[in-house]
Structure formats: structure tokens, C-alpha cells
Design a protein around this ligand. Sequence first.
Ligand SMILES: [Fe+2]
Ligand SMILES: [Fe+2]
Length: 290
Amino acid sequence: MKNSTDHDNPMQNLDDWEDNLKERYPDPSDMTKDKEEFRNYVDSERVDTVREFYRVNHRYQTYDFVCQKEKEFLKFDKKEMSLWEAVDFLNTLVDDSDPDIDLDQLQHLLQTSEAIRADGHPDWFVLTGFLHDIGKVLCLFGEPQWAVVGDTFPVGCKFSETIVYPEFFADNPDSTNEKFNTKYGIYEPNCGLDQVKMSWGHDEYLYQILKDHLPEPALYIIRYHSFYAQHREGAYTHLMNEKDLEMFEWVKKFNPYDLYTKAPVKPDVKALKPYYEELVKKYLPDVIKF
Ligand SMILES: [Fe+2]
Ligand SMILES: [Fe+2]
């Protein structure tokens, strides 16, 4: 599927926003290469499309918008698929740009999970790496890019200045709504993130799909892996409880695997499949409702 460049879908490639992430949070173990990558990035017209992506994301991700998407998608009446059908379905999302450099969705998932496996982590952590972006099927249900990917952040309280392109929140009606625009907004101090609505996207969606099937740290990773304002900036600790703080150590542990394992080396899907089939069978039901 080609993403046309329009108001709702400014990026040519659904994952172009991740270039911006790597600029903001460069790989500390790879600083020399980053300079080169950074130059490529700033020279590219992707900067403008990613900026435009965040402009619409910050404008439209309101508290009411999230409530509306929850109603629409948490009925799970869109499609029933096995995990493998979902992976194939997600992989029909093909990039518009740089086919030589960009990896398809399955390759990103396998690179992430294989890097986790190579470091000797428990099997549920490997599986989490393999699953973490499956929620991007939202795009194939016709959702705009700004409601699928990008940094996530709490709605219902003040938007942090540490969120990328914070100036764009000026166009979000919640930022002038006095119910929502204070430090705590509608929430209580340290109420726990489970009480806090996050901007809508692939993270929350997949969490809701899998919440009965994976261990708690896996669910935290899936639900909050794009919440950079917390796992990198610590900007919302005032909403978190003890459990959240403990579980975010896993979210932090996961992040470098997600962000820095995108070398243009294609994993051998055929050779790896039996291992992942066993792993999927161990934790997930045969049919999953999307
Ligand atoms: Fe993701
Ligand atoms: Fe990812």
C-alpha cells in the first residue's frame, strides 16, 4: 500500500518518524556512524514530512479523540486473524521510499526480537520484541498516520514541553481547556498510568488486544514503548505509582532494541520461523481478534 502525501498521511513511509527519534536519542555505542546518519537525515525532505506529521498528531490527539477511538477499536470487531496472518497483513504495508535501506515490518520485528534473544533474555521478552509493532495494522484499517505511530503522551492533563515539537500543542483544543491543561488535569497525583489515557496509536491498541496473554513487563513494554516523554525524559513520574516505576525499567531496557537494531541486514525468515512458531503457540491463542 502506498501512502499518498496528504493532510492525514504526510510521511512517505510510516516509519520515517523514527529517523527523528534517532536524531533526538542517538545510539551511545555508535556515535561516529550517527554523525553520517544525522547529516543524511537533516538533508532529507523527510524532516518536513515528519514535522508535518507531528503538527497534525499534536493538533488532533485530544482526550475526546482517544475516547472515540477506544469505542471504535476496543470492540475488536475488525478482523480475526492468527498471529501469522496478522504479520502477513502488516507486511502488506510497503514503503514508498528507499526500498534499499528500509526494512519491511516483519524484518524490523525479527531484528528487534533476535537482538533480544542474542542477549540471553527470557522468552517472553523475545516474543515481545517480535510482537511490539503489530498494532500498526491500524493503518490498514484506514487510520491516519498520526493516529497510529509517533511518540505517545498522556491526554487529560498538561502536555509536557519534553514531547517532540511541543509548540504544535498550541493548536490542540485541550491545551486551552482548563479541565485538562493543568499539571494533573483530570488525574490524581501518582494515580498510576493505568488510570491515565494515552494518545491513541499502535501501542495502546496492541496492549488491549494482548492484555490477557503476556506477563506484566511485556504488557508495559507494548503499551508504553513510544512514550519517550517518560521512558527517556521522566516527565510524567508525578502520575506514576510504584508498580509503574518498577515496570518502566523493562520499557527502558527494551527501547534500544527497538531503536538501534535497524541495520539493513535481512534476517532469514524461513530459518527463524520454527522458533517463533513455538513461542507464539506457548503464549497466544490460535485466533486473535483485532
Ligand atoms: Fe512501535
Ligand atoms: Fe518498533
